[in-house]
Design a protein around this ligand. Sequence first.
Ligand SMILES: NC(=O)c1ccc[n+]([C@@H]2O[C@H](COP(=O)([O-])OP(=O)(O)OC[C@H]3O[C@@H](n4cnc5c(N)ncnc54)[C@H](O)[C@@H]3O)[C@@H](O)[C@H]2O)c1
Length: 263
Amino acid sequence: MLRVGIIGCGAIGTVLAEAMCKGDAGSAELATVYDADGGKAEGLRKSLGKEFSVASSISELLAERLDLVVEAASQEAVRQYGEHVLESGRHLMIMSVGALLDESLRERLMKAAKKSGAMIYIPTGAAIAIDALKAANVGKLKSVTLTTRKPPAALGIKGKLKAAKVIYRGSAEEAVRRYPQNINVAATISIAGIGGKKTKVMIIADPKASRNMHELEVKGDFGQFIAKIENVPSPKNPKTSYMAALSAIRLLRSLTEVLKVGT
Ligand SMILES: NC(=O)c1ccc[n+]([C@@H]2O[C@H](COP(=O)([O-])OP(=O)(O)OC[C@H]3O[C@@H](n4cnc5c(N)ncnc54)[C@H](O)[C@@H]3O)[C@@H](O)[C@H]2O)c1
């Protein structure tokens, strides 16, 4: 049994909580939830009608008997609570991966984890082919390029665009800074591959797109691959792909499975 606490009761946190309450997340069991907006946490408990507590602070959350904390809130939440969670010896699953492109924060979290023996988990999320990228990275990588195409609203663009427009071209590191709620995929790919400075990103706002699309092109000693995914936006938050929550559920299952498949 893996006892889990969730920080953030929005689109991802809700799907994860539902999965655990239905028994769809392997032997992960929801113990407690916390949200800066207490109404959201209470609302989640009411809607699920299950036995888990609602914490009114991180200290209260960590006072529970827990093995793992899932951050499904914001980059700010990773900065605010990450070290605290890891220092307490609880494993931490991070959804707001963009925060980890800040090297000093990443170092601090890794230091806290090493000291307590806790692990930091980053699910594939809305990204793709992270297993192939990691394997390719054992050899030499020549280039990693991500092209993201989303409906303008999902990129925070108000008003109507007549045609598809490239709104960003540059490093993953800068992309994450400019589009913090949209580009966790770039951060995950950077961490699995050649880092935020060398990973190239292009972001396209496309009025014809109804899905969040990512195309990953990787070249290296192994040869090359192109992987493409068309993600359905989550009904509760158009900036978030439904796949991100599914991937987190899958990681929860993997943590307690005997047979593990994939790199
Ligand atoms: N890894 C991926 O592939 C991926 C994909 C999509 C989204 N995300 C990220 O996951 C996170 C959650 O996404 P979502 O769609 O569920 O967001 P959401 O906006 O639907 O919900 C976030 C919830 O967290 C709460 N929250 C925010 N900051 C907080 C803080 N500092 N302390 C406590 N509570 C806080 C909010 O009140 C809200 O209820 C976001 O940062 C998002 O960018 C990651």
